[in-house]
Design a protein around this ligand. Structure first.
Ligand SMILES: Nc1ncnc2c1ncn2[C@@H]1O[C@H](COP(=O)(O)OP(=O)(O)OP(=O)(O)O)[C@@H](O)[C@H]1O
Length: 263
C-alpha cells in the first residue's frame, strides 16, 4: 500500500454544487507528491471548481487531505506556506507595485506586522527573475499588459516557495516564448521536489506533465501517466475525438482532427 505522505493531495468523495447544480460529483482523486499533474477537460467540466476545492476554497461533501492531513486540521499559515495557489483571472490592487505584489506571496512566512526578512526579499527577487518580471519591479500592476500581469501573479505564487503549487490556467495571455519559460520553470520546481497541479487548456502543454487527470461532467474520466497510451486515448475521447494526439520529435502534441471535408 502506498503511504499517505506519497500523496500531496487527496480528495475523497468530493461533491460541490453551484447555483443549485452539481458540479463535482462524488469525486475521488490522488495527486502524487513531487510530480506534475495536469487537469484537462471540456469547458464546464469542473476543473476550476476542483482546483479551488483542493486549495481549501470550499466543497459541500467529502474531504481533502494535504500531505495526508485533512485541510481543516491545518493551521492557516502553515497551510498557506505549504500550498500556493494561482487562480483563474486572479488579480491584485492595480496601484500596488510589482515588487509588493510578489511580496504578498511571503505573507505566510512573516510574523504579524513583521518586516520582510532578507530571505523574503531573496525569494521575491528569485520569483520575479524566474518570470522575467524583475525589470518592472517598480511599476504598478495597473500599468502592465495582460500577459505581463499574469507573470507577476505567477511570481507571487512562486515566491511562497510552497511544496504544493496549484495553478489554474497559468498560461492565459502568455505569449509562446513565455509559455516555454513557464514550462521550464515547472520542470525545475518538480526536479526540486515540488508538487505541481495545473489546469490547462493548452493540451500540448498539459501533455508535458507526468500525469494527467481527465475530467468530464464533474467526474474523473481517467487518471494516468501521459506516457500511457490509455491516457492519450481518454484525452481524445473526452474532446469527442475532435483532437488527435501525435508524437512529434519525441513530444506528444494535440492537433485538431480535421473532417475529410475541411481537410
Ligand atoms: N458561481 C457559480 N454559480 C453557478 N454555477 C457556476 C458558478 N461557477 C461555476 N459554475 C458552473 O459550474 C460548472 C463548472 O465550472 P468550472 O469553472 O469549474 O469549469 P471548468 O472546467 O473550469 O471550465 P472552463 O474550462 O470553461 O474554465 C460550469 O457549468 C459553470 O457554469
Amino acid at each position: 500500500m502506498t503511504p499517505d505522505h506519497a500523496w500531496a493531495l487527496q480528495a475523497e468523495g468530493l461533491s460541490v454544487s453551484l447555483g443549485g447544480q452539481p458540479v463535482l460529483r462524488d469525486l475521488t482523486l490522488r495527486i502524487a507528491a513531487g510530480r506534475w499533474t495536469s487537469v484537462v477537460g471540456p469547458n464546464g467540466a469542473g476543473k476550476s471548481t476542483l482546483l479551488r476545492a483542493l486549495a481549501g476554497m470550499g466543497h459541500d461533501q467529502g474531504r481533502v487531505l494535504l500531505q495526508g492531513r485533512e485541510l481543516r486540521q491545518w493551521g492557516g499559515r502553515a497551510r498557506a506556506r505549504t500550498l500556493a495557489w494561482l487562480g483563474q483571472n486572479q488579480t491584485a490592487a492595480n496601484d500596488m507595485s510589482v515588487y509588493d505584489v510578489a511580496m504578498l506571496g511571503r505573507l505566510p512566512h512573516q510574523p504579524w506586522l513583521g518586516a520582510p526578512t532578507a530571505q523574503d526579499h531573496a525569494a521575491v527577487e528569485q520569483a520575479l527573475r524566474q518570470t522575467q518580471s524583475w525589470d518592472w519591479r517598480g511599476r504598478s500592476l495597473g500599468q502592465l499588459s495582460g500577459g505581463e500581469r499574469q507573470r507577476v501573479l505567477l511570481a507571487r505564487a512562486l515566491a511562497v516557495q510552497a511544496q504544493v503549487l496549484l495553478m489554474d490556467e497559468p498560461l492565459a495571455n502568455l505569449d509562446p516564448p513565455h509559455q516555454t519559460d513557464w514550462l521550464h520553470c515547472v520542470q525545475e520546481l518538480v526536479a526540486q521536489g515540488t508538487t505541481v497541479v495545473s489546469v490547462l487548456h493548452e493540451i500540448s502543454m498539459a501533455l508535458q506533465a507526468q500525469d494527467l487527470v481527465v475530467l468530464a461532467q464533474g467526474r474523473v474520466l481517467h487518471q494516468g501517466a501521459c506516457a500511457d497510451a490509455g491516457t492519450r486515448q481518454a484525452l481524445e475521447q473526452v474532446f469527442d475525438e475532435r483532437i488527435q494526439v501525435r508524437e512529434i520529435d519525441g513530444q506528444w502534441v494535440a492537433l485538431p482532427r480535421l473532417s475529410p471535408r475541411s481537410a
